[in-house]
Write a protein that binds this ligand. Structure first.
Ligand code: ZN
Length: 125
């Protein structure tokens, strides 16, 4: 079971990460705005940079959403608890996926079931 201290530590880690991501996103968005006036001689390089930044922004935004989802579940008091079996989710799994709502066992089961569902549909087709 996750105790109160662990959850509090996790929450402050997530808040810190959220702040870093937001700073990084602000910085990237500023760069995107600043680069509107492109030097024709360096046009290609600038466009490449912009595309790279846009891709990075998308990645960071997705990560930020994961973190915010995790923070919401901490507020609701069900952080780190598998919503299928009610057992604690493996800490290592939460590390890589802070918004995980299923333990590894249930996740595998759900994926197996949905794969089987797809196969069944293919056969019926
Ligand atoms: Zn489970």
């Amino acid at each position: 079971m996750h105790n109160r201290d662990q959850v509090a530590a996790e929450k402050s880690r997530l808040l810190q990460e959220q702040e870093e991501l937001q700073n990084e996103l602000n910085h990237l968005r500023e760069l995107m705005q600043a680069e509107v006036d492109v030097d024709p001689d360096e046009g290609d390089g600038e466009i490449f940079e912009r595309e790279k930044n846009a891709a990075l922004i998308a990645v960071l935004e997705a990560k930020l959403q994961d973190i915010q989802a995790a923070l919401r579940s901490i507020e609701k008091g069900n952080y780190g608890i598998c919503m299928r079996c009610g057992q604690p989710i493996e800490p290592g799994r939460l590390e890589v996926k802070p918004d995980a709502t299923l333990c590894v066992k249930c996740q595998e089961e759900v994926e197996r079931l949905s794969r089987r569902g797809r196969q069944t549909r293919q056969i019926q087709w």
